[in-house]
Design a protein around this ligand. Structure first.
Ligand code: SAM
Ligand code: SF4
Length: 324
């Protein structure tokens, strides 16, 4: 049976793969202060190893792959990797999460190679807030990247905004901005990934959602491939805003995803420590059959839910490692 179904009846068909743990930005909620602990490239899966592993996952029904990081566009020859993954039987959809600082020069090549959907992080339209939240003065580059993405034909482009104390007053302005440009906006609750994130000040998105609904006359809507977000939209269907609320309203019951780090460790839940090291197995000479069994056993370990509220101190991993 080429389906991956876990102990709680969830069909797992979405893999987020972090192709690097490096990044040119230092978002306060993502990278620990003074972070230097990058893995040596020898520990990273090679393109051959990635292609082999993704092919095995795909043969078991993993249909959708999201490339993330760190910043995925910093991985050397990422376009070549996309081409190889796109050629695997069973892969129906390749998407990419990026901070867009390098996107202006790469958008067309990525699209031609097989990326079908793009998520771009944009936490503020104020240059000084971007410098503070994201650690570098890169607003202009992000905006140029977004325009290049649009020119390359990505549609829709999703803009991801993590809402926190620093930028909560900008939500309405960013809604209006995305509305004018035809971008789908997704508002994300800050997850307590380490002290740095906890310092940024959590904002509950439920009241924000109620306010936006009223102010912009939004109605409930669904979005295919929308993942854990709950969506509101304008009645004419021209604008959509999603709410990713792992804290105020968790969505573990419908979780269909797992995450792989650049060094080949599969994480079964963003908020738990359950993991399986595939690099070790591959480099020890595991056969395809061994790896297929290991994938099934790993999926059986997927926990029922995260415990961000009950045990926020439990999580010392950062998004730059597991890719968000
Ligand atoms: N570098 C790319 C980017 O920024 O989009 C891809 C990797 S990034 C880790 C993926 C997503 O995780 C981004 O949308 C980022 O805003 C989000 N993220 C990182 N740390 C987070 C946290 N503590 N809480 C909520 N979202 C977080
Ligand atoms: Fe880099 Fe993305 Fe993390 Fe920001 S959120 S530090 S851009 S990996």
């Amino acid at each position: 049976m080429n389906k991956l179904i876990d102990r709680f009846g969830r069909r797992i068909e979405y893999l987020r793969f972090s192709v690097t743990d490096r990044c040119d930005l230092r978002c306060a909620y993502c990278m620990p202060e003074g972070f230097k602990g990058f893995e040596e490239p020898a520990h990273w899966l090679t393109f051959d190893e990635i292609e082999r592993l993704m092919g095995l996952f795909a043969s078991l029904g993993m249909k959708r792959i999201r490339l993330t990081g760190g910043e995925p566009l910093l991985r050397r020859n990422i376009v070549g990797l996309v081409e190889r993954i796109a050629g695997l039987p069973g892969i129906e959809d390749i998407s990419l999460s990026t901070n867009a600082t390098q996107l202006a020069g790469m958008a067309g090549d990525l699209r031609r190679a097989g990326v079908s959907r793009l998520n771009v992080s944009l936490d503020s339209l104020r240059p000084e807030s971007v410098a503070k939240i994201n650690g570098r003065p890169v607003l202009d580059k992000i905006l140029a990247g977004l325009e290049a993405g649009r020119a390359a034909g990505f549609a829709p482009i999703k803009v991801n905004m993590v809402v926190m104390r620093e930028n909560a007053d900008e939500v309405d302005a960013i809604v209006a901005w995305c509305m004018r440009r035809g971008f789908v906006l997704r508002l994300i609750e800050l997850m307590p990934m380490g002290d740095t994130a906890r310092k940024m000040g959590y904002v509950d998105l439920q009241p924000v959602k109620a306010r936006l609904q009223q102010r912009f006359g939004l109605i409930d809507t669904v979005m295919t491939g929308g993942g854990p977000a709950r969506y509101l939209g304008t009645p004419d269907g021209n604008f959509t805003v999603g709410f990713i609320t792992p804290i105020s309203q968790h969505f573990c019951a419908t979780c269909n995803r797992v995450r792989m780090t650049v060094d080949g460790v599969l994480h079964l839940c963003l908020g738990q420590e359950d993991r399986v090291d595939f690099r070790e197995m591959m480099r020890a000479g595991a056969s395809d059959t061994d790896l297929l069994c290991a994938i099934r056993r790993a999926i059986d370990m997927k926990p029922e839910r995260h415990e961000f509220i009950e045990a926020p101190q439990k999580l010392v991993r950062f998004m730059s490692m597991t890719g968000g």
